[in-house]
Structure formats: C-alpha cells, structure tokens
Design a protein around this ligand. Structure first.
Ligand code: SF4
Ligand code: SF4
Ligand code: SF4
Length: 186
C-alpha cells in the first residue's frame, strides 16, 4: 500500500505562487478561499532582512483532529494517508474546521462543502499533485513513503525536515526544509 507525503523546501521556493494558481485551476477554488497558500514572512531588521516563503495547507495528519471530532465520520483517512471529506454524509457542523490546528479547512461558498488540500487525490488519484507539477524550482517533492526509491524518501534522507506543530502529535505527512540561507535572523 502506498503512503503519500510531501516536502516543501523553503530554500528552493521563490514565492512565485504558481502552485497556488495551479491548485485554484485544478479544484475551482473560490477567490476568497484557499486550499494552499505560500506566505511571505519577513524576519530580522534592516539591513539584515530575511524572507521566508512558507506553505500553508492541510498537512495530512496521521492522527487527525478533524477526523476525531467528526460526528458522522464524513471526515476520514484513506489507506494511503489522505484526509478526505465525504460531502454526502457531512452535516455541516464545522467541528472539523475548529479542530484543525493548521487552519486548513473552509466552507466552499458555492457548494457549501467542506474543502481543503487533498494532495489532488480526488482528481489525480495519487499521481503528482497540481502544485508539485508546476513548481519551477522543484521546491515541492511528493511521493510514496513506502517506496525507498521515491523522490520524497530520498529527499527526506538527505535533508533535515521539520514537521509543523510537531508538539501536537498529529503526525503530519507534509514536512518542511526550513530556510537556512540568505540574510540573517535577529
Ligand atoms: S491539517 Fe487539519 S484538515 Fe488536514 S488532516 Fe490535519 S487536522 Fe485534518
Ligand atoms: S462539518 Fe462535516 S466533515 Fe466537518 S466535522 Fe461536521 S460532519 Fe464532519
Ligand atoms: S510554485 Fe514552487 S517556487 Fe513557486 S511558490 Fe509554489 S513552492 Fe514556491
């Protein structure tokens, strides 16, 4: 069985937003919502400034608070580790939105469905997600954690990864190589 994961290497990210645009096209995301954002975070004091580009999206927790609180099991994990929502059993209580520590979920204003990043599982079925496919600098790495020859396993073995809010023990499957180059922090 495959187990999908992604890495965002902030050292390679140039903040171009191509990933975000590709995501919007793939899933018809409403203008004022997002499944994926790359936010610019300016650190330090002039002239020693440093710009970090940080990805914000669902991090595919293995122990997902959104799944735990869902009263109808509409939020669920697939065998491949993808967190999905079944709109036919969702009752719109929004518990999952409140429970997500990564602020990854929203209500689609057109359909009323709960939406978030799915690694494009519903449109691509485990193939390379839209965001990864368009990244001009290969800052996004995706693959099967159970395949030792996958890009994501090879990258993880040669880079130091940080998991978002690791102290919450949600066991994310989106990891980050934090920005260690350029400028200086305070
Ligand atoms: S990041 Fe939020 S929406 Fe995604 S699996 Fe974790 S708790 Fe659920
Ligand atoms: S809004 Fe839907 S998916 Fe979210 S907790 Fe309620 S029933 Fe589950
Ligand atoms: S497409 Fe790649 S380089 Fe551009 S913002 Fe997204 S992750 Fe960064």
């Amino acid at each position: 069985m495959k187990k999908f994961a992604m890495i965002h290497d902030e050292n390679l990210c140039i903040g171009c937003q191509a990933c975000s645009v590709a995501c919007r096209n793939e899933h018809g995301v409403a203008d004022d919502r997002y499944r994926l954002q790359v936010r610019a975070d300016l650190k330090g004091k002039f002239p020693k400034l440093k710009l970090n580009y940080e990805r914000h999206s669902c991090v595919m927790c293995d122990d997902a608070p959104c799944v735990e609180v869902c009263p109808t099991h509409a939020s669920f994990k697939t065998a491949e580790g993808i967190t999905l929502v079944d709109p036919t059993t969702c009752v719109g209580c929004k518990y999952c939105i409140l429970a997500c520590p990564y602020d990854a979920r929203f209500v689609d204003p057109k359909s009323g469905n709960i939406e978030k990043c799915t690694f494009c599982f519903e449109t691509r079925g485990g193939e390379i997600p839209a965001c990864v496919s368009v990244c001009p600098t290969d800052a996004l790495i995706f693959g099967d954690l159970n395949d030792p020859n996958s890009d994501v396993v090879k990258y993880a073995s040669t880079h130091s990864l940080e998991l978002p809010k690791e102290h919450l023990k949600t066991k994310p499957n989106l990891g980050f190589v934090r920005n260690y180059k350029g400028g200086n922090h305070e």
